[in-house]
Ligand binder design. Structure first.
Ligand code: 5RP
Length: 238
């Protein structure tokens, strides 16, 4: 019998919904960006209709619009600088729960929100789990003023930087913060922590999509066709 193609939407829904079940009454919730977190928002909306009271901090215009449409009350980092739980997607997750994020160009705000959260819940489907980070490009948010010298420095770090082009608009992607995105493909990244530090040290770089410093508070929910798997830092540091 022919094997049925796996529906990534189903796995994303399973992971996104499971994360929404971790949210408790009264929590401030960081709301990540992307197609997996979309399902978290959907499930939170159902739970709010059932009486759950939370406030959300969106990480992008897209998520703010989705959360408003889902009747999730929103707040800001100014008003709630301490977040109980942040829920977000990822493009790659390695066995130490280090991440590449930023396909949606939202990683600058996503990292601010995740850093301010007590717990960071990452929702992915199985295809995002990798042995080594680096098949996905590392997005880097760059101040437009400094894009040429930054690209020069990125080449020195060993990648071929590509300025991300917009779709349905001529020219580069402009982020929610008014900056450019440069995608950096390194193939295998041997030392993700060192690379994140090196990227952050380039003047004009606002943030990279490497997330290596949040591992201790990270839980990864991996959606599969039949069930979800939950990986936490406790499994790694045990
Ligand atoms: C946006 C992100 C997303 O969370 C990441 O790209 C995963 O997206 P998706 O859940 O749609 O696969 O980092 O900047």
């Amino acid at each position: 019998m022919e094997k049925k193609a796996e529906d990534p939407g189903q796995a994303k829904r399973a992971a996104g919904y499971r994360a929404a079940e971790m949210v408790e009454d009264g929590m401030v919730v960081g709301l990540g960006t992307g197609s997996t977190v979309y399902y978290t928002i959907e499930r939170l909306s159902e739970r709010i209709r059932g009486g759950l009271e939370i406030s959300g901090i969106p990480t992008s215009f897209q998520t703010a619009l989705r959360a408003k449409a889902a009747h999730i009350p929103l707040t800001t980092l100014d008003d709630k600088p301490e977040i109980d739980i942040a829920i977000d997607g990822a493009d790659e997750v390695d066995p130490k729960l280090r991440l590449i994020k930023g396909r949606g160009a939202a990683h600058l705000r996503e990292k601010c929100v995740a850093a301010a959260a007590k717990r960071f819940i990452v929702v992915v489907d199985e295809q995002k789990m990798v042995k080594k980070l680096g098949a996905a490009a590392v997005p880097v948010e760059v101040l437009p003023f400094a894009v040429i010298p930054v690209m020069h420095e990125l080449r020195r770090l060993g990648c071929e930087p590509v300025l991300r082009e917009a779709v349905k608009k001529d020219g580069p992607v402009i982020t929610d913060n008014g900056n450019f995105i440069v995608d950096c493909r390194f193939s295998i990244i041997r030392y993700p922590e060192k690379l994140e530090t090196a990227l952050a040290a380039i003047p004009g770089v606002l943030e990279s999509g490497l997330f290596t410093g949040l591992v201790k508070k990270t839980t990864v929910i991996v959606g599969g066709p039949k069930k979800v798997k939950i990986l936490s830092s406790a499994d790694i540091f045990a």
